[in-house]
Design a protein around this ligand. Sequence first.
Ligand code: HEM
Length: 305
Amino acid sequence: MTPYQSGIIAEASSDALFITLNLDRSDLSALKTTLASLPSVVEQYQQDYADAHLHAAIGFSHLIWDELDTQRPQYLSPFPTIEGKDIQIPSTDVDMVLHLRSSRRDVTYLLGEALYSTLSQYAILVEEVSGFKYLDNRDLTGFVDGTENPEGEQRKAVALVGEEDERFIQGSYFNLMRFVHDLAKWEQQDLKTQEDTYGRTKFDNEEYPSSEKSVHAHTKRTSLKDEQGKSLEILRHSMPFASLTEKGLMFASYSKTPVIFNRMLESMVKGDEDGNTDHLMQYTQATTGQAFFIPSNTWFTELTT
Ligand code: HEM
């Protein structure tokens, strides 16, 4: 077992399950014992289905953290409330998240079922969304999603808490947002408008030269730098979801600090110093916004001590 939960770092999957829960705390000590057993449930399924690239990340929000632990991860806070002129982003924190992914729908389902039944006495299901790989990792708007993600060892450097918060080392901050797309509106736009909206080409997935990117382009609004000119990065594992009547994206990102995600969201919603916002948001509406901390596997073993 890695010290960090493997779902944080693992490469893109073809199937995912996003489960959000509230927890009954009336018997806190029994709840903690049950929570402590979850990483071994994950490990068992990983061993039983070794070919399925099964990974999980299990985390908690600020709403329940202080009941589980006497210390709190440095930056664990509510999902930010950011008010834009035309863009509404809800803040809908819940107690707990299970982010499960694999290359087999049946195996993701089996792990979801096993974790949910382990928690059954305590868990109040808020939402369950099943995500799938669409074509060559495209969002349902038809653009490849995840291209600029960090690679190799850089994934850990971007996503895992380091020695700056020693007690919570190897954990990660997780943000989850459910976006519902207006694909009818999107599909009325010509190819040039769609490509300008992202600042990338659609079919061959090329980035626009910086000088040609609109200030409203999604990749312009989200590619931020710190005061020293170093790129601010997050690790995204977003997945499309769809039924015949509702289509969208579960945006999911990990970072060693939620401050980077919060700055990106603010840059999209409030815009730059001249108020230029992210035009991708004209075609989609966030229905949830949640912030969690995904503790290390070691943290779970210390939960009952
Ligand atoms: C880039 C889709 C929401 C952060 C991209 C790209 C696509 C995309 C297609 C270009 C390729 C790439 O992944 O590098 C979407 C969709 C969203 C959404 C469909 C919602 C409906 C968000 C949110 C954030 C975000 C909420 C963060 C607050 C980023 C970042 C990049 C990116 C950091 C890379 C920018 C770069 O360095 O070029 N997104 N995204 N995205 N997105 Fe999003």
